[in-house]
Design a binder for this molecule. Structure first.
Ligand SMILES: Nc1ncnc2c1ncn2[C@@H]1O[C@H](COP(=O)(O)OP(=O)(O)OP(=O)(O)O)[C@@H](O)[C@H]1O
Length: 279
């Protein structure tokens, strides 16, 4: 990692008419880091990401992406960035290989398009027309297009929507490889808590256009220091010292404690708490 952050955002604001979509977001992403944006529908994740990509204007705030303001940055800057949007481009009549080749031409040192297709597991569909792909296969193509230019910084807006569980695991492996082997910085949004937990060095939770919590998946919202819930066949207790409680239960039962489970709040528990879910 270098000292210059890949992304530095201060006081970002964006309104659409009367809707305040982004309300004073501060965000730093260090070079080489994987950061996940979490938040309910309409929280402002896509608006934030699209401003960082240079695809949307902002109303206020400082934004630096790879050291430049995306609202004014040139072609050189753009070639350092990979983008996977929620919608994807309209490529229906091209084949998968033609589509990836087309985008590879925009970059000075692209990957071999066939390598990018292989990275996302679409080799068997390289000659298929884009319109014939399933939803999950189409999303994989979007990811291939996002990484074909060997970006230093990759934006992924809900990249695994529609993926089957195996495809999601393969995608996670790809993201880890890009981060670990190529030093690629990654900012992604996702609704899958397990995806954030599997991939992100840090997560930021956005609600109503504001970041309400940020931290590592293990520590977000005080998760690491939250009390442990110990449950057994005929009781339950929250405790700071689960080992002592289990030892005393073991003595009480004279051996195996029936129905014993020990749990900390999951990332999903913490997240639902942060977004104010009453259930
Ligand atoms: N082009 C637009 N015109 C008007 N309002 C918009 C536009 N784009 C977004 N909004 C509004 O801005 C708010 C934030 O939307 P945004 O798409 O950034 O949220 P999000 O967190 O990405 O949501 P999701 O998880 O559903 O993708 C929402 O209230 C949305 O309706």
């Amino acid at each position: 990692m270098t000292d210059t952050p890949a992304v530095r955002v201060r006081g970002l604001r964006k309104t659409y008419g009367d809707t305040l979509a982004v309300d004073g977001v501060d965000l730093d992403v260090a070079a080489g880091e994987v950061v996940a944006l979490l938040g309910p529908n309409g929280a402002g994740k896509t608006s934030t990401i699209e401003i960082l990509e240079g695809h949307r204007d902002r109303d206020a705030g400082e934004v630096r992406v790879l050291g430049h303001d995306p609202a004014r940055a040139g072609l050189d800057w753009r070639t350092g960035i990979g983008i996977v949007t929620q919608d994807g481009a309209d490529l229906t009549e091209l084949t998968v290989r033609e589509a990836v080749r087309h985008f590879a031409r925009y970059y000075p040192e692209p990957r071999d398009p066939d390598d990018a297709i292989e990275l996302v597991g679409l080799t068997g569909k390289a000659d298929a027309r884009v319109r014939t792909l399933s939803g999950g296969q189409r999303r994989r193509l979007d990811v291939a297009i996002g990484v074909v230019g060997r970006p230093r910084l990759l934006f992924l807006d809900e990249p695994t929507t529609g993926f089957d569980p195996q495809a999601r695991r393969q995608f996670w492996a790809l993201i880890r490889r890009l981060a670990a082997d190529e030093g690629c910085t990654i900012l992604l949004s996702t609704h899958y808590l397990e995806e954030a937990e599997a991939l992100a060095d840090r997560v930021a939770v956005i609600v109503d256009g504001r970041i309400v919590a940020a931290g590592t998946p293990a520590t977000l919202g005080g998760r690491a220091t939250a009390r442990t819930l110990v449950r057994w066949a005929d009781g339950r207790q929250e405790t700071d010292d689960p080992a002592a409680l289990v030892a005393s239960l073991t003595r009480r039962y004279g051996g195996v404690v029936p129905g014993l489970t020990i749990s900390r709040p999951s990332l999903e528990d913490v997240y639902l708490d942060l977004i104010g879910d009453p259930s």
